[in-house]
Design a protein around this ligand. Structure first.
Ligand code: EPU
Length: 430
C-alpha cells in the first residue's frame, strides 16, 4: 500500500483538466445492461470504482473493449445471468444500480447489499419501495438483495420517494426503462448525473422526460439499441481542485467543466474571498488575500453538495472568524475531524453541525484517509499546511480521483506517492 507525502504551504499555478464524473459513470456503466448491442461510452474516469463496476459486468458475461484511456465499448447482449458475485458486488456502493438494470432487462436480480463510504446508516429502503411498487418481490437474504418481477416484467406505476435520493432515483429510472407502461417518479433527485443517465438512456432509445426536475416520467420501451455517449465532467472533482486553490492560494484554470453545475460551489468560494472567473468550459480560480468565514449547509442539488463538505471544511479551517457547517444529507460525515485536529484545526462537532474557528495556519502531520472525500480534504489541508503531511489509506482517494497526484504536481504542488513497507502497515492497522 502507498501513502501521499505532501510538502505544503506553496500556492498552486497552472491548469487542471477535469475527468468524467464518477457518480455518472457508475450509473451509466450498469445502464449498458439494458442495451441490446454495443454502446460506446466516452470520457470515463480512470478510477478504481469504475474498474470494479466494469469487472462486475464482465463477470456477468459482458464483453468490454478498451478503445483508449477514456473510452470503452460494452456489449451486454449475451448476458443471461443476473446474479452478481458477493466478492465484487459488496465492494462498491453503485452495485445497487445493477438491481434496477437487471430487473428491467431480465425480471430478476441477485446483488449483494452494497458497500461504499461509511457515513453512518446507508439504507436502500427507497429503492426497495420503488421496486415493490413496480410489481417486484424483494427479499434480503444471506447478504443479498433478491428481487423478482412477479409478472416476469416490471410494471410502470407512480413512485413517490419519502426522501430525496440520488441512488433510488437512478435505480427506478433504470427499472422503468424496459418496464411495461409509464412510471412517474415524484420527489426525484436533480443532480447533474441524473440528467446524464437520462440522456444516455434516451440516446439509446429510452423515453425519459423531466430528469433534472423533481418529477421524472419514464415510458417503458421494448428495447434499447447501441450508440455512443460521452459522460459529463465531474462536478466534485472540479470543486475539490477549486477548494485546493482556495486553501493553498495561487491561480489555476480548472478546464473541462460545466460552469452551471459548479455554481453552488463557486458562490460559496466567492463569499469566502476567492475569485472565480467563468469561461465557456473552464473556471479561473485565484486567491491571494485572506479567506473570509461563512456558513455552509449541504443539501441535494442545486444546494451545496455533501460530497464537497469535507473539502470546504478544509478551507474554512483557514478562514478568518468562526464558520458553521451543517451536514444536511448524511448522519455521520465528520469522521475526518480528529485527523484535521492533528494539523491544528479548531473544529467542534455536535451531531450534524461543525463549528470551525479559523486559524492563521495549519502545520503538517500524519493523517489517515477514512473515506473518499475526507481523503481529498486531507490532501487540500496538507497542500495548505506548513511542513510535511503524510496521508495513509489513499486507496479511498483513488476510488474517485483520477491521477490526483499528477494533476496536482502539474500546478506546482509538492506531493508524491511513497510506498509503505508491509510490516509498518500491519502494526499501524487499528
Ligand atoms: N436514504 C434513505 N433511504 C434510501 C436511500 C437514501 O434513507 O433508500 C438517505 C441516505 O441515508 C441519505 C440520503 O437519503 O441520508 C441521501 O442518500 P442518496 O441515496 O442520495 O445517496 P447515494 O445514492 O447512496 C450518492 C453518491 C454519494 C453522495 C450521495 C448524495 C453515488 C455512488 N454515491 O449516494 O457520493 O454523497 O449520492 O449526493 O452516486 C461520493 O461520491 O463521495 C459519495 C459518497
Amino acid at each position: 500500500m502507498n501513502k501521499y507525502v505532501i510538502h505544503g504551504g506553496k500556492p498552486l499555478y497552472g491548469k487542471i483538466e477535469i475527468s468524467g464524473a464518477k457518480n455518472a459513470a457508475v450509473g451509466i456503466i450498469p445502464a449498458a445492461l439494458l442495451v441490446d448491442g454495443v454502446c460506446r461510452i466516452e470520457n470515463i474516469p480512470q478510477i478504481s470504482d469504475v474498474t470494479l463496476i466494469l469487472n462486475i459486468l464482465q463477470e456477468l458475461g459482458a464483453s468490454v473493449r478498451t478503445i483508449n484511456r477514456t473510452t470503452v465499448e460494452i456489449d451486454c447482449s449475451h448476458i443471461r445471468n443476473a446474479r452478481v458475485s458477493y466478492e465484487l458486488g459488496r465492494k462498491i456502493r453503485a452495485s445497487y444500480y445493477l438491481i434496477g438494470a437487471m430487473l428491467s432487462r431480465f425480471g430478476w436480480a441477485e446483488v449483494p447489499l452494497p458497500g461504499g463510504c461509511d457515513f453512518g446508516g446507508r439504507p436502500i429502503d427507497q429503492h426497495i419501495k420503488g421496486f415493490l411498487a413496480m410489481g417486484a418481490n424483494v427479499e434480503i437474504e444471506g447478504g443479498y438483495v433478491r428481487a423478482r418481477a412477479l409478472s416476469g416484467k416490471m410494471q410502470g406505476t407512480q413512485v413517490y420517494f419519502d426522501i430525496v435520493s440520488v441512488g433510488a432515483t437512478m435505480n427506478i429510472m433504470l427499472a422503468a426503462t424496459l418496464a411495461q407502461g409509464l412510471t412517474v417518479i415524484e420527489n426525484a433527485a436533480k443532480e447533474p448525473h441524473i440528467v446524464d443517465l437520462a440522456n444516455f438512456l434516451n440516446s439509446m432509445g429510452a423515453d425519459i422526460m423531466g430528469a433534472g426536475t423533481d418529477v421524472i416520467k419514464v415510458r417503458g420501451v421494448e428495447r434499447l439499441t447501441g450508440g455512443t455517449y460521452s459522460i459529463i465532467p465531474d462536478q466534485i472533482e472540479a470543486g475539490t481542485y477549486m477548494a485546493a486553490v482556495a486553501a493553498a492560494g495561487g491561480e489555476v484554470r480548472v478546464c473541462n467543466v460545466i460552469p452551471k453545475h459548479m455554481e453552488c460551489i463557486t458562490n460559496k468560494l466567492v463569499e469566502m474571498g476567492v475569485s472565480v472567473t467563468e469561461e465557456d468550459d473552464s473556471l479561473i480560480v485565484s486567491r491571494s488575500g485572506p479567506l473570509l468565514r461563512t456558513n455552509v449547509k449541504t443539501m441535494p442539488y442545486p444546494g451545496f453538495p455533501t460530497d464537497m463538505q469535507p473539502q470546504i471544511a478544509a478551507v474554512l479551517c483557514l478562514a478568518k472568524g468562526t464558520s458553521v457547517l451543517t451536514e444536511g444529507v448524511w448522519d455521520n460525515r465528520y469522521r475526518y475531524v480528529d485527523e484535521f485536529r492533528r494539523l491544528g484545526a479548531k473544529i467542534q462537532v455536535d451531531g450534524k453541525i461543525a463549528v470551525i474557528e479559523g486559524v492563521p495556519r495549519l502545520t503538517g502531520a500524519p493523517m489517515r484517509a477514512c473515506d473518499l472525500r475526507a481523503g481529498a480534504a486531507m490532501v487540500i489541508a496538507g497542500l495548505a499546511a506548513q511542513g510535511t503531511t503524510e496521508i495513509e489509506c489513499i486507496h479511498h482517494i483513488e476510488r474517485g480521483y483520477e491521477d490526483i497526484v499528477r494533476k496536482l504536481r502539474g500546478v506546482g504542488a509538492d506531493i508524491q506517492v511513497v510506498e509503505v513497507p508491509e510490516e509498518k502497515e500491519q502494526t499501524s492497522a487499528g
